[in-house]
Design a protein around this ligand. Structure first.
Ligand code: BEZ
Length: 211
């Protein structure tokens, strides 16, 4: 059965470039990004992994643990890491799971047989500290993902988990947000004594709450 937003991310044990992990124990209390790429020693994947390594300080700042996954062998990961360093100028600094038996890929529906029956597509899950899936995306092998967008979504997810707000189209950290419908005008007045802009009664816009 497909894993949907709001579901608990399935637990698993895996060999990674940083040793054997039990997923739920590894991410305990943190946010996490689990993403698959189709194959080691391929061009798009090389750029994605290099860029994600460069973004590690941004993930760290947000308390997010990143894990990559492919169905390649562990020894193969180590050799490819050298290529990533050489061509992308970034050292692999997060665990890369070796899922040779495709057990995790199958659990997470990362193999789409009508695209390719043995390789994973570009799946990505953002998982909250409650271990529930907050976001999932799936891209084909030919299209590299935008990991800056993943950071943007994490900013929205972390903000909306803390405050009763939602983020509008193309929102970026620091920009105005929307008061959710569940908050009455009376309750909103307490939280936002300076008021809000309301071009429609259901569209209440306020500056982004801090902290
Ligand atoms: C790539 O990363 O470039 C790639 C991987 C698998 C299939 C096609 C392209």
């Amino acid at each position: 059965m497909a894993i949907l937003i709001g579901d608990v991310a399935p637990d698993f044990e895996a060999e990674t470039t940083e040793g054997r992990i039990k997923f739920h124990d590894y991410i305990d209390g943190s946010w996490a990004v689990l993403f698959s790429h189709p194959k080691n020693f391929t061009p798009v994947c090389t750029t994605e992994l290099g860029y994600t390594a460069k973004l590690k300080p941004e993930f760290d700042k947000r308390g997010v643990k990143v894990l990559g996954l492919s169905v390649d062998r562990l020894e193969n990961h180590a050799g490819w890491a050298a290529d990533i360093a050489e061509t992308q100028g970034a050292t692999l600094n997060f665990p890369l799971i070796s899922d040779v038996d495709r057990e995790i890929a199958t659990k997470y529906d990362m193999i789409h047989p009508n695209a390719n029956d043995s390789l994973t597509v570009r799946s990505l899950f953002v998982i909250g500290p409650d271990k529930k899936v907050k976001l999932k995306i799936e891209y084909p092998a030919s299209t590299g993902r935008n990991f800056d967008e993943i950071i943007r979504v994490i900013d929205s997810l972390q903000l909306t988990a803390k405050h009763q707000v939602a983020t509008p189209v193309n929102w970026k950290n620091g920009e105005d947000v929307i008061i959710v419908a569940a908050v009455s005008d009376e309750a909103a007045r307490e939280k936002y004594p300076d008021g809000w802009k309301a071009p429609k009664p259901y569209l209440r816009i306020v500056p982004q709450p801090r902290a």
